[in-house]
Design a binder for this molecule. Sequence first.
Ligand SMILES: CC(=O)SCCNC(=O)CCNC(=O)[C@H](O)C(C)(C)COP(=O)(O)OP(=O)(O)OC[C@H]1O[C@@H](n2cnc3c(N)ncnc32)[C@H](O)[C@@H]1OP(=O)(O)O
Ligand SMILES: CC(C)C(=O)C(=O)O
Ligand SMILES: [Mg+2]
Length: 509
Amino acid sequence: MGDKKRIYLFDTTLRDGEQSPGVSLNVEEKLEIAGQLARLGVDVIEAGFPIASPGDFAAVKTIAENIKGPVIAGLCRATRGDIDRTWEAVKGAESPRIHTFLATSDIHLKYKLQKSREEVLLQAVEAVKYARRFCSDVEFSAEDASRSDLDFLAQVIEAVIEAGAGVVNLPDTVGYAVPEEYGYFIRSVMERVPNIDRAIVSVHCHNDLGMAVANSLAAICNGARQVECAVNGIGERAGNASLEEIIMALYTRQAFYDKEININYNEIYRSSRLVSSLTGMEVQANKAIVGKNAFLHESGIHQDGVLKERSTYEIMSPELIGISSSNLVLGKHSGRHAFKERLEELGYRLGDEELEKAFLDFKELADKKKEVTNDDLEALVKDKVWAIPERFTLNYLQICSGTSIVPTATVKLAIEKMVFEAASTGDGPVDAACHAVDKITDIYGKMHEFKINAVSSGKDALGEVISRIEIGGKIYNGRGLSTDIIEASVKSYINAINKYYYEKHRAMA
Ligand SMILES: CC(=O)SCCNC(=O)CCNC(=O)[C@H](O)C(C)(C)COP(=O)(O)OP(=O)(O)OC[C@H]1O[C@@H](n2cnc3c(N)ncnc32)[C@H](O)[C@@H]1OP(=O)(O)O
Ligand SMILES: CC(C)C(=O)C(=O)O
Ligand SMILES: [Mg+2]
């Protein structure tokens, strides 16, 4: 089974990551993330759960047909219908994988599956055999493995390897394990399964007790060769093991782990930013590796140490993971060359047209702000990485609001070179403006979440508004940017409406 030192990185941002409450990505957003994961150099991209919905199916199929390099996997239950659908979705890939799963713990058998151990063993074997009819690369996951009876689990794993599974995954589905115990568990399963050398052992850890990364590393020390993880650690409930933390632990502590991975380190930060901006899930400031504070030094003694010798307080270099160290100031006198170079340092590669649009936005912002920071730049370009065609654009906004008057908004929207106007009242200025937008578009959104971030500091800070809008029973993430917070809010609402409109009309086309 190849070089035993090599650890395979299996990224599940687009499947388990998308199971994060409130996250819903469309096909183009998933394709964009998959392209970035390929540039990062992960070994496997789990692109989705094709039976879950037509949108999930389309995303997995599109990724399979367009992304070259990594193995493209689709997840399915241990049923023929799910496996058929998954094969349909992944079969166009350069290297397709069918990933089928079935729970093995007594608690899942008794209450969820309502099946005996004998039935589950047969179903797992039958699913793997059936999947192997289509695909030579089949992974089997024993859901809730870490809470399963060891003898039964070993029996299932031996049988699915015999049936043709080349990768066997032993997830800590509910994040219950602790590192020493999980490491010992992986070793014990491997010792009990006589044909284990014919498969790669994989782990998939959840973060309910904050130990997903520690558990994954303990498993690696005990023989696991594939590690399943997600960018920024997103995923069901408290999330999955964080991809960037696993990568950097293996890199920084190479002498201890003595393992090899094949990754483009300088794409890590960019991957994190992209996933954060497309999912709308912000990265906490003190998050390891990719948090805003991860490489900042606040206290005098630390600053003194770092000035004398960085390694006194820095165990990793921010440049390695793609965080720019440039000290050119960008402002209204900067030109296209410096602008483009800075974007490239930040990891953004825009096409000529998007670059020109971003440059014009930058100039407009530079007129309002003295200095345009890296955060401002990222905020300006991140929705240009993949922008949906905008059916509705804000042309004019007037707000009348105060402590003793009913908030009223007048909005003009441009739709295909025509301009339409409406006025409305509401509970507040943003509510009033959104009602006016509804009148023009005839699309009625319900605001579920509304977050305002100051992109940089100071009175002239750029404001970013992220909203989650329910339209037609589905949640759409909207994003708007302006130095005026009400304008940013309305733009964010219109952005969500544009996404809904685009998806609806593309489905009808
Ligand atoms: C640990 C994990 O992350 S597992 C992956 C979780 N991801 C998802 O669930 C993806 C999104 N899910 C969905 O869209 C839907 O749940 C679907 C389309 C998969 C299934 O929808 P429905 O057919 O309506 O079933 P529902 O979700 O209500 O119930 C799940 C059924 O699958 C069964 N099931 C659960 N896991 C498996 C499995 N691995 N293999 C076979 N059957 C399974 C359950 O026992 C239940 O069966 P029952 O209807 O006979 O009681
Ligand atoms: C389906 C499996 C791999 C899973 O997500 C889990 O067990 O957490
Ligand atoms: Mg999971």
